[in-house]
Design a protein around this ligand. Structure first.
Ligand code: DGT
Ligand code: CA
Ligand code: CA
Ligand code: ZN
Length: 566
């Protein structure tokens, strides 16, 4: 498990202990979290004795860290959470509300979640609490709005939940049609809430079944045409019943984005028509609305894929027949970044290959970290050479799939690579990336990336901007220069498919393509299950208007070999 993830758990333990009213311990856990967070190497490489030597980490916390790292969870933490009746995560998301306030609010007013907090603030109960004033109450009320907005989850977390809901609804005998709409259908990187549409002749029964699904935590609103629930996974879900005749127009409307809807409506008006969630109308007369396809046609537009509906010029392009033909979800023929047990992955080479075969790939690249133990259990030169021999052997054994000998080399703070050309020249695919020194200035960071690109053996720059959604901003980069150098040096920029990376992100994909760059889409998997994440990278590329031609690893084996030979 990554350092930040472990630190987050330690911080949450501190919150929970503080809410419980435990003395001193919260401070200890926060100090330990800080130590883990500021550690320059992965904590998973340390044993108990090494952990204890770190500032703020004693025997008991060291043991807990090891448990988290080995098992992915911690019974002590799970017990604390279970014993806490409060939705503390949402409450703590409100600015001005810390663990001490959460405790106070619960003990004196029974506040358990944002809704409780809101009603207490409205009833002016909060200002009566010790240490609270009228002003603090007003601020809390204001900040609840932001907290509600800020709880956006990763698409990678929400999509499986939404698909399961869809399947459960499909199984209901009264449901004739179900579709996921909203930002999920557009495959946006983070999701506010889940929006689902159904067609049924028995809305009351369907709504009743919906609000009683096993993962519904609380019913917010239940009506015959719209219901809202909060799921146990801590997401809200809207279900709407729409008439069959309006299914297409409702799907279009509730898919959004809001901004695209506005453009579409303006266009309808320009053509003397009216567009809303019930259909397309000429005066009072209903013209169409059953499917999106007919609606687009009636508006003289080419069909706009949901991923493009962000008001980034897609309506005009659809009008002029200039929409891109987006890369399809099955057109990536091989994944060019993944890790194995040889560095910080959790599966063997054989296991990764078997999983890649199940994905239907023609080829993959094994790209474990280099750099010795300084980075993510990186391989030294000796290990690299051993692995290359192993890969040659596996290539003989496995049929129908080719493994490229790859490496993810680190770009150090001066822009130098941590592996010599002597070794790089024997590899099929070399990926270079930045793992430290994120705080350097824009010029320096740009130079680092460019000097890596200028190395004749480097083929790909992985996760080019280094951002991690909800965790870390992108480092400063002069992207125009990076794009230019990418073209000059035939080095491809990656669209990394990890749900919290998606880097390059959609708008940068579009800019890169406009500059004339070619890209690759990789998962950067650290275990075999993550190979499936490729769909999130493809979605990001589609949101950036990418066509098949723009993505290098849509090329068949023969062609890609030639491309990397250059
Ligand atoms: P989210 O949930 O924040 O990730 O983003 P969306 O896009 O799913 O937004 P949501 O759930 O508020 O609404 C779903 C769709 O419904 C939205 O994409 C467009 C449509 N919609 C909602 N409210 C309005 C509105 O006031 N005007 C227009 N034109 N469309 C709206
Ligand atoms: Ca939504
Ligand atoms: Ca919604
Ligand atoms: Zn790694």
């Amino acid at each position: 498990m990554k350092n930040v993830e472990i630190a987050q758990i330690l911080n949450e333990i501190a919150d929970l202990l503080e809410i419980k009213g435990v003395q001193f311990k919260p401070i200890a856990y926060r100090r330990a979290a800080e130590t883990v967070n500021s550690l320059s190497k992965p904590i998973e490489n340390l044993n108990e004795n090494e952990l204890i030597e770190l500032p703020g980490i004693g025997k008991s916390i060291a043991k807990k860290i090891l448990t988290i790292d080995e098992t992915g969870s911690l019974p002590y933490f799970e017990d604390l959470k279970k014993a806490c009746p409060i939705d503390y995560e949402s409450l703590l998301a409100v600015e001005g509300v810390g663990p001490k306030t959460v405790k106070l609010l619960y003990q004196s007013l029974g506040v358990k979640d944002l809704d409780d907090l809101e009603s207490m603030a409205r009833e002016h109960e909060i200002r009566k609490l010790p240490g609270m004033k009228e002003k603090s109450e007003e601020k809390i009320l204001e900040n609840i709005k932001y907290a509600k907005k800020n709880i956006r989850n990763l698409l990678g977390y929400i999509l499986p939940i939404a698909l399961e809901l869809k399947n459960n609804l499909k199984l209901l005998p009264d449901v004739l049609e179900v579709e996921i709409a909203g930002s999920i259908r557009r495959r946006k990187e983070t999701i506010g809430d889940i929006d689902i549409l159904v067609i049924t002749d028995n809305p009351v029964e369907v709504m009743d079944a919906f609000t009683h699904l096993s993962n519904v935590d609380r019913i917010i609103l239940q009506g015959p045409s719209k219901s809202t629930v909060r799921l146990k996974e801590n997401v809200f879900c809207d279900l709407r019943v729409v008439p069959e005749k309006s299914f297409g127009s409702a799907l279009m409307y509730f898919t959004g984005s809001k901004e695209t809807n506005v453009e579409l409506r303006k266009l309808a008006i320009k053509n003397g028509l009216k567009l809303n969630e019930y259909g397309l109308f000429k005066g009072e007369e209903w013209i169409s609305g059953v499917t999106e396809e007919t609606l687009f046609r009636e508006l003289d537009l080419d069909y706009i894929e949901p991923e493009l509906r962000e008001n980034h010029g897609e309506v005009e392009a659809a009008l002029n027949g200039e929409l891109p033909t987006l890369i399809e979800y099955n057109e990536v023929l091989g994944d060019l970044q993944m890790h194995s047990k040889w560095s910080d992955g959790s599966n063997s080479l054989e296991e990764m290959m078997t999983a890649a075969q199940l994905m239907g790939y023609e080829y993959i690249a094994i790209t474990d970290h280099s750099g010795g133990l300084r980075i993510a259990n990186g391989m030294d030169d000796n290990h690299i050479n051993l692995q290359l021999k192993m890969i040659e052997k596996l290539n003989d054994e496995f049929e129908g799939i080719t493994i490229f000998k790859g490496l993810e080399v680190n770009i150090d703070s001066d822009g130098k690579l941590d592996v010599s050309d002597e070794i790089l020249k024997d590899l099929d695919v070399v990926i270079a990336s930045i793992h430290s020194g994120f705080r350097q200035d824009r010029g320096k960071l740009t130079d680092r990336i460019i000097s890596a690109m200028e190395n004749e053996y480097v083929n790909i720059i992985a996760h080019p901007t280094g951002r991690k959604i909800h965790q870390r901003k992108a480092y400063e980069l002069d992207l125009d220069k990076v794009f230019e150098s990418s073209i000059e040096t035939d080095t491809y920029l990656e669209v990394n498919s990890q749900p919290d990376r998606l880097d390059l992100k959609d708008v940068y994909v579009k800019k890169a393509l406009e500059a004339g760059c070619k890209l690759v889409i990789n998962t950067d998997s650290h275990n075999r299950d993550s190979l499936k994440n490729i769909e999130f990278g493809i979605a990001t590329a589609r949101r950036g208007w990418a066509e098949k031609e723009d993505i290098v690893n849509t090329k068949p084996l023969k062609e890609i070999i030639k491309i990397f030979k250059k």
